[in-house]
Design a protein. Structure first.
Length: 423
């Protein structure tokens, strides 16, 4: 029996939140608990190392026999209570999938739910200590909504922050709101939201992931006074030569299907595409052609310096280009693509009489007829002219915008992407 116990625990086949749309989710969850919980109880009781007192700070638990052999507990258990009961739950952080001495961070909650062991007919299994700490897995998980799949990356073991906040009643001004959501921050890249559902389904999990970090919240101030996160912007670097980043805004939304049995309704965020930006802001005059075009589109204060001084009337040139690009109605820049190289003749100062040009394609979204009007997806083709380095004052190679043309209709509308046009 003990050998079977160890094998099952090392598989860590613990129950988790039901996957939306899964066939017979309740029967599946109940069967999992009926099979695992008595075995887990036997493991802990046979180990003879459990002293569960039910009061804050009264836990003494040897975690070694509890986790699979290849997993490692990280730090002490942390007291939490997000289900508004008298018992205290404990959050355990651990690393798993060890490689090179490190692995991603996972989490589970030890919860002394007295009625958590149930059969498929809803009957509680007798003969078990009422205050036994049932382990509910948070991440890793196979369930939908698990996001990136772990709390923090292998190099972020010391960068996990845990906070409890109250979403229900937020904004009411009440000073007695009870926490109903656990927010775990893995560095500035992972946001995991955990809430109590019920004894059948355990804890719900939702996660946001931003490889380039999150914007819109001062984390030092938020850590001093944690509050519900209602909206946040995630950044994803494109790792290109002009250092572009893609941004997405996440806004808290109502659940698609409310769960009448849940203590707290699911957390759901709706994503809004904000387009591409410079990861670190634009330079005074970007070197690469696609950088010149994005600076022109995104940063009005730089437009004069990026235009080719050819007509002698820069204001007229700017107005003409701005009208073609419809800059006043710009909503989003989806992509900017330029050729990877420029012919060598362009870099020869002796060839200055024959300035060579390169082209850049920009995918933009405009809304010329007002806020509630339909969006227009457009393709703009910019022609840039090269200027060689100058000795006095010293300047590098530079590219200037000469013309812009709306080629949406010529290319078959918004179905054709800039990357298909420029290879």
């Amino acid at each position: 029996m003990l050998e079977r116990t160890v094998l099952i625990m090392r598989s860590f086949a613990l129950p988790g939140p039901s996957a939306p749309g899964a066939a017979c989710p309740h029967a599946q969850t109940h069967r999992g608990r009926l099979r695992i919980w008595p075995v887990a109880a036997a493991t802990l009781l046979l180990a003879g190392c459990l002293n569960w007192g039910g009061r804050a700070g009264s836990v003494s638990l040897d975690l070694t026999p509890f986790l699979p052999a290849e997993w490692q507990a990280l730090g002490a258990l942390q007291e939490i209570n997000i289900d508004d009961d008298e018992g205290v739950e404990y959050l355990m952080l651990f690393s798993y999938d060890q490689s090179g001495g490190s692995g991603p961070v996972g989490a589970l909650i030890l919860d002394p739910q007295a009625e958590a062991i149930v059969t498929e007919t809803g009957q509680r299994v007798a003969g078990r200590p009422a205050i036994f700490p049932n382990p509910y897995p948070i991440l890793p998980s196979y369930w939908r909504g698990a996001g990136q799949g772990f709390i923090a990356a292998p190099n972020q073991h010391d960068a996990v922050a845990v906070n409890q906040v109250a979403y229900r009643g937020a904004g009411s001004g009440s000073q007695t709101l009870k926490p109903d959501t656990l927010i775990l921050r893995g560095g500035n890249n992972y946001l995991t939201f955990v809430w109590w559902r019920n004894v059948f389904d355990g804890y719900g999990v939702a996660q946001l992931f931003a490889p380039g970090g999150f914007e819109g919240i001062d984390w030092a101030q938020w850590q001093r006074d944690p509050a519900p996160i209602l909206s946040i912007v995630g950044v994803a670097p494109r790792n290109d030569r002009s250092l572009f980043c893609h941004k997405t805004r996440y806004d808290l939304a109502d659940p698609v299907e409310p769960d009448p049995r849940a203590y707290r309704q699911p957390i759901r965020f709706v994503a809004t595409d904000l387009g591409i930006f410079f990861c670190y802001g634009p330079s005074a005059h970007p070197f690469y052609p696609e950088g010149v075009v994005l600076a022109y589109l995104r940063h009005p204060e730089q437009r004069d310096a990026l235009l080719l001084a050819g007509s002698g009337a820069p204001e007229a040139d700017e107005a003409r280009l701005a009208e073609v690009a419809d800059l006043n109605a710009l909503v989003r820049v989806d992509d900017v693509v330029g050729y990877q190289d420029i012919p060598l003749a362009v870099l020869d100062a002796a060839a200055s009489a024959n300035r060579s040009r390169t082209t850049v394609c920009a995918q933009v979204v405009t809304q010329p007829d007002g806020e509630n009007a339909p969006l227009q997806h457009r393709r703009l083709l910019f022609a840039l002219e090269h200027r060689p380095p100058q000795p006095s004052p010293p300047t590098p190679d530079r590219l200037y915008i000469a013309t812009v043309e709306d080629i949406t209709a010529q290319t078959g509308g918004a179905e054709v992407t800039c990357r298909q046009l420029i290879d």
